[in-house]
Each structure stands twice: as C-alpha cells, then as structure tokens.
Design a binder for this molecule. Structure first.
Ligand code: NAD
Length: 295
C-alpha cells in the first residue's frame, strides 16, 4: 500500500500570507496606516508566549501593526475586570481592527466576560455569539481560525465534500462544532463524536473525511480508518518533550489517502488565516467608517 499524501500547511500558508501582504499594503496606502491587531494575554504562561510571539512575528512580517496587551491581577476577579477594561479600550480604538484573546484563560476567569466585552466586528477568531450564530445559520461571520484552517485543508486535499461522510471528533465551540456546521453547509453528512461516543472506530471506519480535535495523542490509528480517507489532525499535544497530534501518524499514513502532519499541518495555516480575517475586519471597518462620513 502506498503512503498517504502529506497535507503540509506551510505552502498554503505562504500563498495566504502573500495575498494578505498585498491587501495590507493596499489598505495602508488607502488609510494612511496599517491594519492593527491586538493580542490580549491574561496571565502569562510559557507555551502561550511561544504561540503569541509567533503570531506577532507573522503579523509584523506582512506589515500589520501588532501589539500585545498584558492583563494582570491578584486573582481571577481582578483579572476579569482588567480584561473587560482592556477589551473596551481596544474596541474604542479605531487603529485596532482585530482582537484575539489568548486561550485558555487562567482558572476562574470566565470566558463569558470576554464574550460579553469583545466587539463582534473586531472578533477575528470568532468567539462572540454573533459570529458563532452567523456561522451556525450559514451566513458570513468570523469563523474560529482553527476550524477555518481545518476546512481549508479538506478543500486542498481535493476530496469531494458534497455527499461525503465526514466525522469530526471533538465538539468544542472553537474547533469541532463550527467545523461540523461548515461541513454540513457544504453538503457533507457529518457525525460529531466526543468523549462519550461509544464506539469511535465504528464511526470513523465509515468516513471519507476524519477530523480529529480532541487533545488526545494516538486517539485515531490506521485500523480505525477507511482506506483512502482524508485525515485532518488538529490536535496539539506535548508527549515526552515532542509535539504530536491526536492521530497515530505512521499507522494512519499507511491507510489514509491524505493526512496532515503535526507539527506542520493545520497550525501554520491557522496563523495565516487569522491574519486574513484581520484584513477582512479592517476593510469592513474602513468601508463602514466611509459610509458614516458620507451620511
Ligand atoms: P477541548 O478540550 O475544548 O475539546 C476537546 C473535545 O474532544 C471535547 O469535545 C471532548 O468531548 C472530545 N474528546 C476528548 N477525549 C475524547 C475521546 N477519547 N474520544 C472522543 N472525543 C474526545 O479542545 P479544543 O480547544 O477543541 O482543542 C482540541 C485540540 O486541538 C487540542 O489538542 C488543542 O491543543 C488543539 N488546537 C489546535 C489548534 C491549531 O491551530 N492546530 C488550535 C486550537 C486547538
């Protein structure tokens, strides 16, 4: 049996970044300033910092003005107040077009506080209920970048989504559920699996497309796949000092038709798409500001 085609994120991410860079340049010429991104971090942790620095570096490389906003506090309640204040300030700042809040939040800090405070027009990672609702209803809204990246990978695998049996493992609001809605909109027959699913292998063996976003290393292996299936591994886990996904790569690769590696698959695409969301937000805000000025 031949090994599956590798779906690497970097080449796709390079294409997206090139388009973003030219859009950023056009925006900067038209508006006299670059699009602005704010990354809000609440309680610094080492893995978050690595991820955030990558986002900030990527933003600077395409000409975006990116700032990191640190929120501190003695306890969760103080941090929540600080977070709300920071978000209100960023909402009101016309030079900031997109806001990302680093997840997970520290223990005790409620996601609800973030969701209540962030301006949906600047919510480029799709956490506000307005965006989640728009996506759910099949309208244009900001899709969480990771779910968007997984969908792009599926498109770029060349598989026919319409009519395909797709399985999404994981039902989180940021990955699993939005992806299930997006695949349904594209006419796949979607099954969502989660930690209480009785027989995962029985479901995955029927699937033409398997997306795994569970945070469980080795959850899916080759024996659980239909030959030729497209496998998208969203998981990011640290195992014995190495970054691995949720899929047992070697056994899956021998059976699948196409598969994303971890690292180097969905991750790089996620960051590039986040920047494309920022450009969309900036363009939209600029055209709305123009409409207001004309009335
Ligand atoms: P989450 O913890 O919010 O959700 C995990 C989901 O997996 C839950 O719905 C749970 O029911 C399900 N699950 C857990 N164990 C399972 C099992 N044994 N069988 C079936 N389902 C099971 O996680 P999340 O935020 O959705 O993230 C999922 C994974 O994706 C994590 O590894 C995370 O690090 C990774 N992630 C990657 C990116 C990226 O850019 N590649 C971005 C965000 C998250």
């Amino acid at each position: 049996m031949t090994a599956a085609r590798l779906l690497e994120g970097a080449p796709f991410a390079t294409d997206i970044r090139a388009k973003v860079a030219s859009d950023v340049e056009a925006f900067t010429v038209a508006q006299g300033r670059p699009p602005g991104l704010a990354v809000v971090i609440c309680g610094r942790s080492a893995p978050s910092m690595v991820y955030l620095e990558r986002i900030l570096k990527g933003a600077a490389a395409v000409g975006v003005k990116a700032e990191m906003v640190d929120v501190e506090g003695e306890d969760a309640a103080e941090m929540e107040v600080g977070l709300t204040r920071a978000l209100r300030r960023l909402n009101a700042d016309p030079a900031v077009n997109g806001i990302i809040v680093q997840m997970p939040l520290p223990p005790g800090v409620r996601l609800r506080a973030v969701v209540d405070a962030i301006d949906p027009l600047k919510d480029i990672d799709g956490i506000h209920p307005l965006n989640a609702g728009l996506v759910r209803l099949g309208f244009e809204g900001f899709v969480p970048a990771t779910a968007h990246a997984a969908l792009e990978m599926i498109h770029r695998s060349g598989v026919e989504v319409r009519g395909a049996d797709a399985v999404v493992i994981g039902r989180s609001a940021v990955v699993g559920m939005p992806l299930a809605f997006l695949l349904t909109k594209e006419d796949a027959t979607v099954t969502v699996c989660h930690s209480k699913t009785r027989d995962l292998a029985e479901v995955t063996r029927r699937a033409d497309i398997v997306v795994v976003a569970a945070g469980q290393p080795g959850l899916v292996n080759g024996e659980m796949l239909k030959p030729g299936a497209v496998v998208i591994d969203v998981g990011i886990n640290v195992l014995e000092g190495r970054i691995v996904g949720d899929v047992d790569f070697e056994s899956a690769r021998a059976v699948a038709g196409a598969i994303t590696p971890v690292p180097g698959g969905v991750g790089p695409l996620t960051n590039a798409l986040l920047l494309s969301h920022l450009v969309r937000a900036a363009q939209r805000q600029a055209s709305e500001a123009m409409e207001v000025a004309e009335t």
